[in-house]
Design a protein around this ligand. Structure first.
Ligand code: UD1
Length: 342
């Protein structure tokens, strides 16, 4: 029997969800997008439609609303859900922990509950390198012990991984994969979709592109006295299209029944550490501009360095990051220019 080819994407109007929708469609899947638009715009679904030439079903649904979610499960026939819908601002989660625990955990448990109720098998969960905290050995493999979370946001990622593991062990028909993303950056080469943070960006690349566009006056580089080659933090910046392709590989593994256990975890990064300063100078070089930046004190909660050992994803998923940092920083700037009408 041919595997069912429809994937429900919760949070599909968001940054990672919209890029994943494009790549899934390119790989021959149908997608259904749900999103409550709390931190995203319907325009990104329109962007996905324009890129793919497909009329994608989209419903404004909050995954915390069990009744609304149940109607989606009743209406569409899919075997696989990718659950992106979540809040993701680390600082805000420290200030408003209940908001994060309620939203991120209830929405995820609702998804799993519906999978069980409707007998749908495959859940792909968006996890994060944040689960490793300040790791003792680098690069981190999937077997590197998780550290106690330093924020409620990080805690929701750890807890959701555990919830999925336990539910897969308990419920016969349920299979799960957690992808631990490193730092997703860049935009689709068409510049029709990209990252659109509301308010002042927390993350580095949107702050860089907004500074280049004149929306922000000056980028602060948080800390130049770390024990790293140039004193700034090291991260693993993964191109958003590469990241989206990792989801396609994981979905394929699930829908083709190739999983070895019931729950699997994969790091999704490039395997290469890049410093904040290196990222900034590369951005300047490839886009031919000067960025206004200054050194600033360390940001609370930042780890000095984290990057991925990607062997498992390379070997088991048959996936590998391909886009260069140069190309991804070009795409990030093209997107910002389009958003600002530059
Ligand atoms: C953070 C979260 C991670 C989450 C990711 C995406 C933690 C510890 N980190 O990663 O879980 O998945 O965001 O939302 O939970 N920087 C500057 N100036 C800025 C902004 C950032 O110098 O204006 C530096 C930071 O100090 C850091 C690097 O840039 O060294 C990357 O920061 P950021 O983009 O915020 O990502 P992370 O903190 O690595």
């Amino acid at each position: 029997m041919e595997a069912k080819k429809t994937v429900l994407i919760s949070g599909g109007a968001g940054y990672i969800g919209s890029h994943t929708a494009v790549e899934l469609i390119g790989a021959g899947y149908d997608v259904v997008v749900i999103d409550n638009l709390s931190n995203s715009e319907e325009a990104s679904v329109e962007g996905v439609r324009r890129i793919t030439g497909r009329d994608i079903p989209f419903e404004i649904v909050d995954t915390c609303d069990m009744a609304a979610l149940r109607s989606v499960f009743a209406k569409y026939d899919f075997d696989t859900v990718i659950h992106f819908a979540a809040f993701k601002a680390v600082g805000e989660s420290v200030a408003e922990p209940l908001k994060y625990y309620a939203n991120n955990l209830v929405s995820f448990m609702n998804i799993v509950e519906m999978m069980k109720e409707f007998g749908r098998p495959n859940v792909l969960f968006s996890s994060s390198a944040t689960v490793y905290g300040d790791a003792e050995t680098l690069p981190v493999t999937e077997l590197t012990p998780r550290k106690p979370a330093t924020s409620p946001y990080g805690n929701t990622k750890q807890m959701a991984e555990d919830i999925l593991r336990d539910c897969c062990a308990a419920y016969a028909g349920l299979y799960g994969i957690a992808l631990r993303y490193f730092n997703p950056v860049g935009a689709h080469p068409s510049a029709l979709i990209g990252e659109l943070p509301r308010g002042v960006p927390n993350n580095l690349v949107p702050f860089v592109t907004q500074t280049a566009a004149g929306v922000r006056e000056c980028l602060s580089i948080f800390g130049d006295d770390y024990d790293t080659p140039d004193g700034t933090c090291l991260r693993d910046y993964i191109d958003i299209v590469d990241l989206a392709c990792a989801h396609v590989a994981a979905v394929r593994r699930m829908t083709e029944g190739k999983m070895e256990g019931k729950f699997e975890i994969f790091n999704v990064g490039t395997g290469h550490p890049v410093s904040v300063l290196e990222l900034v100078t590369t951005f300047e070089k490839v886009n031919g501009l000067k960025l206004n930046y200054r050194m600033a004190p360390r940001r609370a909660g930042d780890v000095p360095a984290v990057w991925a050992d990607t062997s498992r994803a390379n070997e088991v998923l048959g996936w590998k990051a391909e886009c260069s940092l140069e190309d991804t920083l070009r795409s990030a700037w093209e997107w910002e220019k389009r958003v600002r009408g530059l």
